[in-house]
Design a binder for this molecule. Sequence first.
Ligand code: DX5
Ligand code: ZN
Length: 215
Amino acid sequence: MAKIISPSLLSADFLRLGDECQMLNRSAAEWFHLDVMDGVFVPNISFGMPVIGAVRKMTNKVLDAHLMIVEPERYITNFAKLGVDFLTVHCEATVHLHRTLQAIKAEGMRAGVALNPSTSLWAIEEVLPEADMVLLMSVNPGFGGQKFIETTIDKVKRLRRMIDERGLQTLIQIDGGVNTHNAKMLFEAGCDVLVAGNAVFGSDDPVKTIEELLK
Ligand code: DX5
Ligand code: ZN
């Protein structure tokens, strides 16, 4: 199992985005998490292609884009051209999920599927072999800095079992309310990738906080 931290730039200081990227480049975080919101799938609007293109120029680390947008299949080629490595779509936002995951991989990216807290794991059971990663939301998507929903821990364990029983290599990512208090327990429950926004960028020493999340 992998043990990766993917800091969410949603909580970064956008006026100093270049400095924030350089700070992450020096840190133990292997991925950059990029939250794209359209104001339709979620009740918030964040940033899109121009910002991701600018971030791509600042780092060689893995760009992990989390699309909280309806009909994400319309923009797959755009994100591939920007140099995104992992493209994650919500299963609630695309009608033909199997086709969407295949289209992401056809563009040379790794395909992720995200589930809202209220969505059962059965929603992705049939497409699990097609997914390089499953993102379990541990808050309702749309905002950083929310409280971790505790029932997600059992969901992680059940997903871990589903993946292992089938002999798959699918990564499990968890997103929302991750902090230095619950990180260890989340890795132990079976997560491979922890997203952390507020915990990293809201701390006095983000580089040190990332190390603590990995301990
Ligand atoms: C929420 C986003 C998250 C968010 C996490 O909709 O998908 O990636 O930035 O932020 P924290 O870690 O502050 O909960
Ligand atoms: Zn996210």
